[in-house]
Design a protein around this ligand. Structure first.
Ligand code: URP
Ligand code: ZN
Ligand code: ZN
Length: 489
């Protein structure tokens, strides 16, 4: 009898730190052997000529979620996870999104039920927190953290979602005490609001004005303010979807000062610019997200941030809306930039775009690719070593990448429910031909093999930034003492 359910043979394996040739033996969904040569398993895959990489972890995506404007995403947990799998991703971390007036335990129960019924790959959850009531802060968040939801996103913009600075401090304090990581959408709401008002007064309504309204300085200011709040409490913070140079410089500077600041960027900030939004009619709506794609210099700054480690995560921020009345265009051809649902699809193209431009293009190493698309995410959110790496005892989550295969991205190629990709017409080199989650072959050369509902919920442990912050002896700090006393009284 063979020792393995599945072996992956003759491939070149890369992790975030190493590259080596090995056969991988898989049993009961786990990697149990990594050797130069292994005996056959019940099933064998020949990976000769292909990279064997950890399955991707996409730690920022919106699935089956109502937006701040009340628009339902185009993807449910089935279509989103199928799409992710076809792009080489085996774990997603979407949001259980609270809307004001809703209680967190019910919100999480609702998302958990829907995901369990439909997901084809594994998933964890962050929260979106819009209503930090005393009960939420004192009871619900600690309970949810203990149940494995150890990260929450807060917004500094969007009228229906945003928290004030004092509320963000409350959330940071609870996260610090209970062992969770706060993620922040950093844009100055009043600046955006003010520009929007003036654009509207002067009749500027086309999609391209979305990028004008969401000015780079609105992001830069809010990034600085969010970091200031975290530094006040000497607590970790993750800035999501960073798009431009000044915000990156502020993050880099804070990191240099020893603050526990971490940051993420997304494909739209490397591969799109505001010029993509400047199209006739409402076509530019396909490219509207917040923050918006910027300019070439911003793209360079984002690449630099990825290369020097300022930006540790490359996530999709998949926020899928169809190009019709159900999504991007509530008023059809008459939709103004303010009415366009914000967000782009990206689960399926996130890894191929970075593999092609980054690895094949010679900008990053294969190990950096693994770190940026898998390992750093698992570490950031308390899923390492179960997810995000190739090691004995880790879940057998693998993607076999053919580095020679050239693919033209088209709307029809995508497996999500969006109907378009912002990257249509682009050719990429390098493609994930076989994708394995917990030893199950999910995708094999264009065919889906996984069952609806076969993905599993992953409880997250302590996020690494929180562990690091705790390990460092915190200096006596009057403000910290204030909030620590407040919670013990
Ligand atoms: O435009 C975007 N990014 N939509 C998704 C929601 C968010 O802010 O991440
Ligand atoms: Zn956001
Ligand atoms: Zn998002």
């Amino acid at each position: 009898m063979t020792a393995f359910d599945l072996t992956v043979r003759n491939g070149r394996v890369a992790t975030a730190s190493d590259t080596f040739e090995a056969d991988i033996g898989i049993r009961d969904g786990l990697i149990v052997a990594l050797e130069k040569t292994l005996p056959p398993g019940r099933q064998d895959i020949d990976a000769a000529g292909r990279w064997v990489l950890p399955g991707g972890v996409d730690s920022h995506c919106h699935v089956e979620q109502l937006s701040g404007m009340g628009v339902m995403c185009a993807d449910d947990f089935y279509s989103a996870t199928v799409s992710a799998a076809f792009g080489g991703t085996t774990t997603i971390i979407p949001f259980a999104a609270q809307h004001r007036g809703h209680r967190l335990p019910e919100v999480v129960a609702d998302y958990s039920r829907r995901a369990a019924e439909k997901a084809v790959i594994d998933y964890a959850f962050h929260l979106i927190l819009t209503d930090p009531t005393p009960e939420a802060l004192s009871t619900h968040l600690p309970d949810l953290i203990r149940s494995g939801i150890t990260s929450f996103k807060v917004f500094m913009t969007y009228e229906a979602l945003k928290l004030g600075d004092a509320q963000i401090l409350d959330v940071l304090a609870v996260a610090d005490r209970e062992g969770a990581l706060v993620m922040v959408h950093a844009e100055n709401n009043d600046i955006i609001h003010w520009i929007v008002k003036h654009l509207q007064q002067q009749g500027f309504t086309e999609p391209k004005y979305h990028a004008v309204a969401h000015a780079p300085l609105a992001e830069a200011e809010a990034t600085h303010r969010a970091i200031t709040l975290a530094r006040l409490l000497d607590t970790p913070l993750l800035i999501v979807h960073v798009s431009q140079a000044e915000a990156i410089a502020t993050i880099r500077q804070a990191q240099g000062l020893g603050a526990h600041i971490h940051a993420e960027t997304c494909p739209q900030y490397l591969f799109l610019t505001a010029e993509d939004i400047d199209l006739p009619g409402v076509e530019g709506a396909k490219f509207c997200c917040s923050p918006p794609p910027r300019d070439r210099q911003s793209q360079d700054a984002v690449w630099q941030g990825l290369l020097d480690g300022t930006l540790a995560l490359f996530s999709s921020d998949h926020a899928p809306y169809r190009f019709d009345e159900t999504g991007k265009l509530p008023q059809g051809e008459k939709t103004t930039f303010k009415q366009i649902a914000n967000g782009l699809p990206g689960l399926e193209v996130r890894m191929p775009l970075l593999f092609s431009e980054g690895v094949i293009g010679g900008k990053i190493s294969i190990n950096e690719f693994v770190a940026l698309t898998a390992t750093n995410h698992a570490r950031m959110y308390g899923l390492l070593p179960r997810k995000g790496t190739i090691a004995i005892g880790s879940d057998a989550d693998l993607a076999l990448w053919n580095p020679e295969r050239k693919v033209v991205l088209t709307d029809a190629l995508m497996h999500d429910n969006v109907g378009y990709t912002p990257y249509a017409g682009r050719q990429v080199q390098g493609w994930p031909e076989v994708v394995i989650n917990r030893g199950r072959i999910v995708v094999d050369d264009g065919t889906l093999h996984a069952e609806r509902g076969s993905g599993r919920f992953l409880p997250c442990g302590l996020p690494e930034p929180v562990r690091q912050a705790r390990a460092r002896q915190k200096p006596a700090h009057f403000i910290r003492t204030l909030f620590e006393n407040a919670h013990t009284r």
